[in-house]
Design a protein around this ligand. Structure first.
Ligand code: C5P
Length: 235
């Protein structure tokens, strides 16, 4: 498993202070979201990399547009030097395929591309009103479509990870938010999973936000999480 730290604090300086406090860890992923990227842009990404060139960056922009615009944007994202980004599976197979084609020139240097299947803010009724089908059936179809379009994986709940891998491939990556490493408060998340559950369900990238940045010692918290992860992986 690869720990992804969500940089969700309200300002660039707070996010950078958090990242700086974690600069001694060489195997961390940093999740940069919509708000941060709109406000702080490329300069923020560049600064993160100067804190620790080994930080890997997941740009969580969830692209959704026509295939041509998505493919062009994917190249711009690759040029930022980030290691992973995401797009909406509901943008369709053609858009997803075009995105992957546009990244071919980057070969092994290309960022990983994940698809968002269903936003967790939907309930079954509100999802059905847009997609005409329940979340579970549709999310699985979206995952298969993403796999067949050549994407690297999907964003999903830890509890869907195993079923998605069974339907696609063990190598098809899953990134799961709502991880509460040691059973911390779930806050507004519905189906939270501990590190043990994430591991059991085959999650490749557990995303942790509040349990880290709201802790009084985020550095110690990350250390504890990484230690627990390596222990679980050995058993
Ligand atoms: O603070 P917490 O650990 O709940 O943060 C989870 C992160 O994952 C937040 O950045 C949130 O926006 C993001 N996320 C999510 N559910 C999704 C997709 C992303 O919670 N389906």
């Amino acid at each position: 498993m690869n720990l992804v730290v969500a940089l969700d604090l309200p300002s660039a300086s707070e996010n950078l202070r958090l990242a700086e406090s974690l600069a001694e860890f060489d195997n961390l992923w940093m999740k940069v979201g919509f708000r941060t990227y709109i406000r702080d842009g490329r300069a923020f990404i560049d600064t993160l990399k100067t804190l620790n060139p080994h930080f890997k960056i997941f740009l969580d922009l969830k692209l959704y547009d026509i295939p041509n615009t998505m493919a062009d944007s994917a190249k711009e994202i690759a040029d930022l030097g980030v290691e992973m980004f995401n797009i909406h599976a509901s943008s369709g197979s053609k858009a997803m395929e075009r995105v992957m084609q546009s990244l071919e020139p980057y070969a092994k240097e290309r960022p990983l591309v994940l698809a968002v299947t269903a936003l967790t803010s939907f309930n079954d009724e509100s999802f059905r009103a847009i997609y005409g089908e329940g979340i579970e059936e549709r999310a699985k179809e979206f995952a298969k479509m993403s796999y067949n379009s050549g994407l690297d994986g999907v964003v999903c709940s830890a509890f869907e990870s195993r079923a998605i891998k069974d339907e696609t491939s063990k190598e098809f990556l899953t990134l799961s938010p709502a991880i509460r490493p040691f059973g911390e408060a779930s806050s507004d998340q519905e189906r939270v999973a501990t590190l043990e559950i994430a591991h059991r369900e085959g999650v490749d990238f557990p995303v942790v936000g509040r349990p880290i940045y709201q802790d009084e010692n985020p550095k110690q918290k990350v250390k504890d999480i990484l230690e627990r992860m390596s222990k679980i992986e050995l058993t």
